[in-house]
Design a protein around this ligand. Sequence first.
Ligand SMILES: N[C@@H](CCC[C@H](N)C(=O)O)C(=O)O
Length: 294
Amino acid sequence: MRIQFTKMQGAGNDFVVLDETRGTLGLGAAHYRFLGNRHYGVGADQILTVRPSPSEGIDFEYLIHNADGQEVEQCGNGSRCFARFVHDRGLTDKTTIRVQTMKGVIAPKLNPDGRVTVDMGAPQFDLPEIPFSTAGLQYVADGTWGKWLLAPVNTAQAATENVAFTPVSMGNPHAVLVVDDVDTAPVERLGPLVQAHGCFPQGVNVGFMQVQDRSHVRLRVYERGVGETLACGTGACAAVVSGIRLGVLDARVDVQARGGLLTIEWAGGNAPVFMTGPAVTVFQGEIDLPDDIS
Ligand SMILES: N[C@@H](CCC[C@H](N)C(=O)O)C(=O)O
């Protein structure tokens, strides 16, 4: 079967976007893995599938699959690219679009400068909701909020090593570690260990945040189902709300990822998190899906 796709990127986090507004393509996990594969398919961190409105008051629905084929709840950079996609293809003339995701409705807004601002909804700190299990973990009672220790994360490699992090959900699960320098942070070593730890029963996206001052951070994220990406929108939201709760960041923060700049705003409590950043179409194409895919 031959399908059409659009390749997009938001701050270097890249996507294959599929249009199912006129009917489903009938794809499964193996197809998403193939499309995400950089050697045999198109290559992308996530595959986004755009569908028609599922209910009144909602403009579209969109599905998110990681490059490993798993469907996931939320994607910040993807939501900006989704908005650029439906607008540029003439699927809507609205500039603020309400879209259903697996974890609720979010609302991207196209700005005159070409960037997109997304109301990502409120962060979730309720531990079972993340989901996060504290069994066997130690709470850091140093007066700050929400720091937990994994001790040790892996007996073979890190028997003497404690890892302090804050768990938070932006619809999808995140663990945020504060580091002195993101360039030398052990992203490739600790990312997979924290991600696979039993305290995150559904896995986790692991963020490494360097606080430069109260309104600037640098961030690298080891994403669930992908590995390190050039940027993670929900990871940027999670890092900033964690920093605000810890008392080290102000309400508006520029997040420098390796692939680009995102601005995150959060007033605290149950207020929504706003994320602003780029959304760019790279190219369009067609690809034959192998018949014997598994
Ligand atoms: N890159 C995304 C997050 C995509 C999903 C994530 N890997 C997960 O498994 O939760 C973003 O920009 O938020």
